[in-house]
Design a protein around this ligand. Structure first.
Ligand SMILES: C[S@@+](CC[C@H](N)C(=O)[O-])C[C@H]1O[C@@H](n2cnc3c(N)ncnc32)[C@H](O)[C@@H]1O
Length: 197
C-alpha cells in the first residue's frame, strides 16, 4: 500500500513540540508575511538566492515566484523532518540539511553563483550566542556588493537584548538598513528587516 506524506502543518507542530527552541515559532509564517519578505526583491541579475531555516516552506512558496530558474535556489534547514517535507513540496528546489553556522561552506559546495539575496526564516533572539555569532560571520562572508539580506523579527522579540545586539552587529557590517511596518497578519506580528551591502 502506498504511504501518504504527513501534512506539512502536522510535521511543523510535531517538530516544534519536540524542539521548541530551535523552531521558535508557534506556527509557520503567514502568506502575508511571506509576501512582505519578497516585496521589492529582484533576482534578474543572475545571482543565486539562499533561504536559511525554510521550515516547512511557508516563505519558500512566495520565494519560488521570484526565482528566474529553480537552479538559482539553495535552502539550508537543520531539521531532517522539515527537509523531507520541503523536498516533497518543492521537488525542483535544492535543500541541504545543515546549520546556518556553516552556510558559507554549504553554498561553496553547491557550486552556485554568489548569492544576490539571502532570506532568513530563523528566530534570531532564540539562537545560542555562538550560533548567532557564526550566523553573522557567515552572512558577512556570503554578501557581495549589492546583495541583500532579509529576515523577519517578531514584534515581541524586537526589543530583546539578543535581538538588539544582532541588529547592532549587522549595522556595523552593512551600511543600508530598512525596517518595514508591522505585518499584523502573522502569529505573532513581525517586522521585516533588510540590510544591503
Ligand atoms: C521560526 S521557524 C521559521 C520556519 C519558516 N521559515 C517559516 O517562516 O514558517 C525557524 C526555522 O529555522 C530552523 N533552524 C533553527 N536553527 C537552525 C540552524 N542553526 N540552522 C538551520 N536552520 C535552523 C528551524 O528548524 C525552523 O525551521
Amino acid at each position: 500500500m502506498e504511504q501518504t506524506e504527513p501534512h506539512p502543518l502536522f510535521v511543523f507542530f510535531q517538530v516544534m513540540l519536540r524542539n521548541p527552541v530551535s523552531v521558535s515559532a508557534v506556527a509557520p509564517s503567514s502568506q502575508e508575511l511571506a509576501r512582505a519578505m519578497i516585496h521589492g526583491l529582484d533576482l534578474s541579475s543572475g545571482g543565486s538566492l539562499i533561504e536559511l531555516g525554510p521550515g516547512t516552506g511557508a516563505l519558500t512558496t512566495q520565494i519560488h515566484r521570484i526565482l528566474p530558474t529553480a537552479g538559482a535556489y539553495l535552502g539550508i534547514e537543520l531539521e531532517e523532518k522539515f527537509v523531507r517535507v520541503l523536498r516533497t513540496r518543492f521537488p525542483d528546489l535544492r535543500f541541504v540539511q545543515d546549520t546556518v553556522a556553516k552556510a558559507h561552506r554549504v553554498h561553496a559546495d553547491s557550486g552556485l553563483t554568489p548569492p544576490q539575496i539571502i532570506i532568513s526564516g530563523l528566530a534570531i533572539s532564540t539562537l545560542p550566542d555562538s550560533v548567532q555569532e557564526a550566523f553573522i560571520v557567515n552572512i558577512d562572508r556570503l554578501m557581495t556588493p549589492g546583495s541583500v539580506f532579509r529576515m523577519f523579527q517578531y514584534v515581541h522579540a524586537y526589543p530583546m537584548r539578543s535581538s538588539a545586539r544582532f541588529r547592532r552587529r549587522m549595522d556595523e557590517l552593512f551600511p543600508v538598513y530598512h525596517r518595514s511596518r508591522v505585518v499584523l497578519k502573522n502569529i505573532p506580528p513581525a517586522f521585516v528587516l533588510t540590510w544591503q551591502r
